[in-house]
Design a binder for this molecule. Structure first.
Ligand SMILES: Nc1ncnc2c1ncn2[C@@H]1O[C@H](COP(=O)(O)OP(=O)(O)OP(=O)(O)O)[C@@H](O)[C@H]1O
Ligand SMILES: [Mg+2]
Length: 147
């Protein structure tokens, strides 16, 4: 069992910080290149959503990223904001649904996270914020399982 928590303000440059810190934290698990790419993408999509939707680009909003892993190489990822919340979660989950078409969003972030994660759970309250909880089990490169 190991875990870490990062909190940072909703500034776009912190997206790269969050994603690279997460990968650095997970290095002892020796994930495959594909798994690293998927985890980076999950975190980037979740953090950018918190910034542009949750906080509507207000740079003072605080985002929390928590990661935890166990001996079975299952990773728990939590990304939380205290922004505007999601009115209709089922609708937000639909591929191509976006409320920010004018910002050239494609509405694929939730679908991509749902695809790359093994479990994907959203809790959201209007005016309270949004919490994404995901799990991902690693199957790739690992010293003790390599023949
Ligand atoms: N943290 C959040 N807070 C408030 N609303 C959110 C949040 N995350 C997602 N949403 C809502 O869910 C919709 C769908 O999100 P999704 O990530 O799938 O698409 P997008 O961000 O609009 O586009 P893309 O991710 O492809 O750039 C968003 O347009 C927004 O209305
Ligand atoms: Mg998105």
């Amino acid at each position: 069992m190991n875990n870490m928590t990062l909190t940072f303000p909703s500034r776009l440059e912190n997206e790269a910080f969050a994603r690279t810190s997460a990968v650095a934290f997970l290095m002892p698990l020796n994930p495959s290149v594909d798994e690293i790419m998927e985890i980076k993408t999950i975190i980037a999509e979740a953090v950018v959503n918190a910034m542009i939707h949750g906080y509507e680009q207000n740079q003072e909003g605080i985002i929390t990223l928590k990661l935890e892993y166990d001996d079975q190489r299952t990773i728990h990822i939590l990304v939380e904001d205290e922004g505007c919340g999601i009115a209709d979660i089922d609708q937000a989950m639909q591929p191509l649904f976006t409320t920010k078409e004018h910002l050239e969003r494609s509405g694929m972030g939730m679908t991509i996270m749902d695809t790359f994660a093994d479990e994907f759970h959203i809790t959201s309250g209007i005016g309270k914020g949004t919490k994404l909880e995901m799990t991902k089990k690693l199957h790739g490169t690992h010293e003790s399982t390599q023949q």
